[in-house]
Design a protein around this ligand. Structure first.
Ligand SMILES: [Zn+2]
Length: 267
């Protein structure tokens, strides 16, 4: 009762779908290649696949496996599949707006285990070693099998050619390190809080200075966050009482980096 056949052959359906996508998708998004299943008799390969066999049997004659949990899942998911000319397809609704307009439901060929390496070779190795995201986007417009996303990710990550030739686009994060322990007021931390609602004197920011060892904090009202004002406060309010520090830790804000402040600190 779940078998669906609208009278069109699979080949005619695929041809129609390919033509419709050619007009909306660039060749880069969905490369055109020869059908990788050419030369294979799909129905018997699907029936021999343990991932697909139960669903095929249920759609054909309603028979279910003895395992209750598995049987329940087969029944619940049965309306997501269709048998067309003896071949199992999964009915998939793309989420992208472009594809929704063209094909509300895509019939994904359920790929048996024996053909998955061939599929990935055809769509990855033979197609410029596409990255995982692009590979998945291309595959799911035509094909499906359980855990296809994870499987393709492992395949791409273990591809020797990709490992050798592709340069990582994301820079590695520097590892966090523990700062060495130093004496009191030898290393201080600086940061600004604000801008805040101005006081009647016109202060809009707070400069927070904290000792690294004791975490002793001091806070000073500021009119601005300029380097000149930071340097004045630091010298007049902090260094004159605690002495010159050896190390300064900041968030690399502009006022902490410019030359005037650097000169003051190095004095
Ligand atoms: Zn590769």
């Amino acid at each position: 009762m779940f078998a669906v056949d609208d009278g069109r052959s699979v080949e005619a359906y695929n041809q129609t779908r390919d033509n419709s996508t050619d007009s909306s998708d660039s060749a880069e998004e969905e490369p055109s290649i020869t059908d990788f299943t050419a030369g294979y008799d799909l129905p018997p390969l699907q029936r021999e696949c343990t991932d697909l066999a139960h669903t095929i049997r249920y759609l054909k004659d309603g028979s279910l496996p003895d395992d209750d949990k598995l049987a329940r899942r087969i029944v619940l998911e049965a309306d997501q599949y269709a048998l067309i000319d003896g071949t199992l397809y999964r009915l998939y609704t793309p989420r992208s707006k472009g594809h929704d307009r063209i094909m509300p439901v895509v019939r994904q060929l359920c790929v048996p285990r024996t053909l998955r390496p061939t599929l990935l070779r055809a769509y990855h190795d033979d197609l410029s070693h596409a990255g995982h995201t692009r590979l998945c986007q291309t595959l799911k417009l035509k094909y499906w099998y359980p855990e296809m996303y994870t499987h393709t990710l492992k395949y791409v990550n273990s591809c020797e050619v990709c490992q050798r030739t592709k340069i990582p686009t994301r820079s590695k994060k520097a590892p966090l390190k523990t700062l060495p322990v130093v004496g009191p007021f030898q290393r201080i931390h600086l940061d600004h809080i604000g801008p805040l609602k101005p006081t009647k004197e016109g202060y809009r920011h707070i400069l927070v200075v904290a000792d690294s060892l004791s975490a002793w904090p001091e806070a000073f009202p500021c009119f601005t966050t300029t380097a000149e004002e930071v340097a004045n406060i630091l010298y007049n309010e902090f260094i004159t009482r605690y002495g010159v520090f050896d190390h300064l830790v900041t968030d690399q804000a502009k006022s902490f980096r410019i030359i005037l402040f650097s000169n003051c600190v190095s004095c």
